[in-house]
Design a protein around this ligand. Structure first.
Ligand code: AMP
Ligand code: MG
Length: 336
C-alpha cells in the first residue's frame, strides 16, 4: 500500500510518499519512506509566523512540491492508494490549504483521504526511524511541548507546557536579543561559552511546565547587565532541566524503559546530553528521531497515514473540517 502524505500545519508545506512494503506494484520493496519534499515559509527577520502569509506561500508552492515528491518516489497518482492530510493541530489558514489540496486530489484521482494528527505523526516517524517500541515521547518543537506515552489504547499526555512551547521560547528569546532565527541552534552555540549560572525561575507545576515567565526574566536580567553567554547557558540549563524532570517522572510512573526525543528541538545536543544522563541513571534507552524527519514534513504524515489505515480510521467526508486544537489523546490508536 502506498500513501501520499501532505503537511501544512504551520511554516512547512511538505509532501512525502510512504509504502508499507506490501504494494502489488512494488512487491519486494522493503523501503518505507520513498520521498520527502518540502518548502518552508520564512517570516521577515525579527518576526514570528504570520499565518495568512504562510498559507499564501503554501498555496504557491503546493503543486511544485507534490510533483517533486511523486517524482522522487518514482510513482504516479495512479499508484497511490490513500492520501493522508495533517488535519491538526495547527494554524487554521495553513491547515485549510493542506485540506483543500488533499480534497482536490481525492476528487480528481478518486482516492480516500485520511486525517492524520500532526503530533502522532512526529511520534510515529520517531518510532520508525529510531527503532523504539513503546517509549515516553518528549515532543519538543516550535509549537508543542508535551511528554507523551501510550497507555490503554491511546497516546496520553503526561505533562505539557501551560503557555508557549520550548522551541517558541528559545526562538522568541533569541529574536528579542537580536540574535537571528531560528534561535535554537544559535542558543546552543552561545550557551556552550557560558560559565556562570544566573538564577532564573524554574517552573514545573505537577507534571506541567511554563516558559513565558522565564523568557521575561531572562530579558530583564540581560537589560540589567547579565553577560549574554552566561544568560543563554542558564536559560538552556533551566528549561531543559524542567523537561528532564517531568520525563523522569513519566518513566517512573509508567514503568516504561525507552525515551524518544522528537520535534525540532530534539536536534539540540545539550538536551540529548541531559536526557542521556537521566536515562543512564534509570537504565532507560534514549533515542531520537532521524534528523531529516525531526521537523514538520510530508513523510511523517504519509507513514502515519498507513498506520491510521491499519487503525481503522475512517476516510474523511468531502466537507471535513480542519481540527485546530486536535489532541493526541482524542484518538484511539494501537501500537503496531
Ligand atoms: P519544529 O516546529 O518541529 O520544526 O521545530 C522548530 C524548533 O526547532 C525551533 O525552535 C528551532 O529553533 C529548533 N531547531 C531547529 N533546528 C535545530 C538545531 N539544529 N538545533 C537546535 N534547535 C533546532
Ligand atoms: Mg511539528
Amino acid at each position: 500500500m502506498i500513501c501520499l502524505g501532505i503537511e501544512s500545519t504551520a511554516h512547512t508545506f511538505g509532501a512525502g510518499i510512504a509504502c508499507d512494503g506490501k504494494s502489488h506494484s512494488r512487491k519486494n520493496n522493503r523501503r518505507k519512506i520513498l520521498s520527502n519534499v518540502k518548502s518552508v515559509y520564512q517570516p521577515p527577520l525579527g518576526f514570528g509566523i504570520h499565518p495568512k502569509q504562510a498559507a499564501a506561500c503554501h498555496k504557491e508552492n503546493a503543486v511544485d512540491i507534490l510533483k517533486k515528491a511523486l517524482k522522487q518516489a518514482k510513482v504516479g497518482m495512479k499508484d497511490v492508494d490513500i492520501i493522508a492530510i495533517s488535519q491538526g493541530p495547527g494554524l487554521p489558514p495553513c491547515l485549510n490549504i493542506g485540506m483543500a489540496v488533499a480534497q482536490t486530489l481525492a476528487v480528481k484521482y478518486k482516492k480516500p483521504v485520511l486525517g492524520v494528527n500532526h503530533c502522532i505523526a512526529h511520534i510515529e516517524i520517531g518510532r520508525l526511524t529510531a527503532g523504539v517500541k513503546d517509549p515516553i515521547v518528549v515532543y519538543v518543537s516550535g509549537g508543542n511541548t508535551q511528554i507523551i506515552g501510550h497507555a490503554a489504547g491511546r497516546y496520553r499526555v503526561f505533562g505539557e507546557t501551560e503557555d508557549i512551547a520550548i522551541g517558541n521560547a528559545r526562538d522568541l528569546l533569541a529574536r528579542r536579543l537580536g540574535l537571528g532565527q531560528p534561535g535554537g541552534p544559535i542558543i546552543d552555540k552561545l550557551a556552550k561559552k557560558g560559565k556562570k549560572y544566573i538564577e532564573l525561575p524554574y517552573i514545573v507545576k505537577g507534571m506541567d511546565l511554563s516558559y513565558t515567565g522565564i523568557v521575561t526574566a531572562a530579558l530583564k536580567k540581560y537589560k540589567n547587565g547579565a553577560k549574554l553567554e552566561d544568560l543563554l547557558y542558564s536559560f538552556q540549563e533551566t528549561t531543559f532541566a524542567m523537561l528532564v524532570e517531568v520525563t523522569e517522572r513519566a518513566l517512573a510512573h509508567t514503568g516504561k524503559s525507552e525515551v524518544l526525543l522528537t520535534g525540532g528541538v530534539a536536534a539540540s545536543p545539550r538536551l540529548r546530553k541531559m536526557m542521556q544522563v537521566m536515562c543512564n541513571e534509570r537504565g532507560a534507552k534514549l533515542s531520537a528521531v532521524k534528523k531529516e524527519y525531526a521537523g514538520d514534513c510530508g513523510a511523517n504524515i504519509a507513514w502515519t497515514g498507513l498506520l491510521a489505515y491499519k487503525n481503522n480510521i475512517k476516510s474523511l467526508e468531502m466537507n471535513a473540517k480542519i481540527k485546530q486544537n486536535w489532541r493526541v489523546d482524542e484518538i484511539q490508536w494501537s501500537l503496531s
